[in-house]
Design a protein around this ligand. Structure first.
Ligand code: ADP
Ligand code: MG
Length: 334
């Protein structure tokens, strides 16, 4: 079995529902996108919504998976420089990821698949690639070379895409829109390292999402969210120990093709747009605290919790009344 990601986030139990008129939710556990997902949906239409949501997740996986040979992304990756016709949705997410690549100064890249493969992160057959091999692979990773013309996508021979850092956030957006369409006001989706909260928790008030402690079993604190994603990128989520005893994790610096060494162990982004939240959490991990804090300060649509290798918490001020740190934890507000 391929490495199941340990969820970076833990849902706080709802506590007692006594005195609350909400019926029991519909729940589903799904293995998709290389992770375990749990869907929890409240309301009259919850059963139908749960089925539609599961279908949507599988549909997105069939569109974006790098391993399913018929997916849009796999067909692009096998195209050897020829143009490929994709679903409008695929063209749209590609345009968005290229835009985020530019916005993040290259820290997020949708074109790292061959480099991820070289490390074995796509299969679990981990290895440390030769420096020369990495250099050769990096020559084909410039997202500016992705040509989009309507639903026609052309990438140069040698380039291969991997949307692993955004698909779960995108899935959060798709599921949230589905809930609106189906009249569901209360739901929460745990999608691996990402949690998307729809509406408020049963009985009212923001959903409370605990953020996992990268150094232990507990959490570093709890954040309150409504109609938002809580997206965590952490070096502890997937890594291997090389023969040299060094831990190599799965978030690569696109500039070097090597695991980002930014001084961070996890980055959590809170955003209304799940796709952006997911992509930007990965990008901020690569950027590190100094650059990442400036990036966050310049944007009203994201709030961020950085955890450094030294165990310090740096949290954007917009979370002052929404983030409750765990016992005895000190926060630097940025
Ligand atoms: P997770 O998938 O564990 O929730 P992320 O959202 O941070 O975490 O995505 C990490 C995945 O994204 C990696 O497993 C890899 O497939 C891909 N990836 C790694 N580095 C980058 C990067 N710099 N930009 C875009 N995608 C990346
Ligand atoms: Mg991400």
């Amino acid at each position: 079995m391929k490495g199941i990601l340990i969820a970076g986030l833990i849902l706080i139990s709802l506590g007692s529902l006594v005195g609350c008129s909400q019926a029991e939710p519909e729940r589903a556990t799904i293995f998709a996108m290389d992770t375990v997902m749990t869907l929890t949906i409240y309301g009259d239409e919850a059963s139908a919504a749960r089925q539609r949501a599961a279908q949507e997740i599988h549909r997105l996986e069939e569109l974006f998976s790098v391993t399913l040979a018929d997916s849009d992304i796999a067909r692009i990756n096998q195209s050897a420089g020829e143009s490929v016709t994709v679903e409008p949705e695929t063209a749209a997410i590609l345009a968005e990821t290229v835009a985020i690549w530019r916005e993040t100064g290259g820290a997020f890249s949708p074109a790292l698949h061959p480099v991820l493969q070289a490390w074995g992160f796509t299969t679990g057959a981990y290895q440390i690639p030769d420096a020369d091999d990495l250099t050769a692979l990096l020559a084909h990773t410039n997202p500016a070379d992705i040509m989009l013309d309507g639903t026609q996508v052309t990438v140069p021979a040698g380039m291969e895409l991997d949307l692993g850092a955004v698909v779960k956030g995108y899935a959060g957006d798709v599921l949230a829109a589905l809930m609106v369409e189906m009249g569901i006001e209360t739901a929460i989706f745990s999608l691996g390292g990402d949690v998307y909260a729809v509406g408020e928790r049963p009985g009212g008030g923001p959903w409370r999402v605990a953020i996992r402690d990268p150094f232990g079993d507990g959490d570093i604190g709890v954040v309150g969210v409504r109609d938002q994603i809580v997206s965590t990128s952490g070096s502890y989520e997937r890594y291997f120990i090389g023969p040299d005893g060094v831990a190599y994790h799965h978030i690569l610096d696109p500039a070097t093709g090597r695991p980002a060494e930014s001084g961070l162990v996890s980055v959590t982004v809170i955003a209304s747009n799940g796709t952006r939240g997911d992509a930007i959490s990965t990008a901020l991990f690569v950027m590190g605290l100094a650059e990442g804090a400036i990036f966050a300060a310049q944007r009203a649509d994201i709030e961020v919790i950085f955890v450094t290798e030294a165990g310090e918490l740096h949290v954007t001020e917009g979370l002052k009344d929404r983030f409750t740190p765990g016992d005895g934890r000190k926060i630097s507000w940025i």
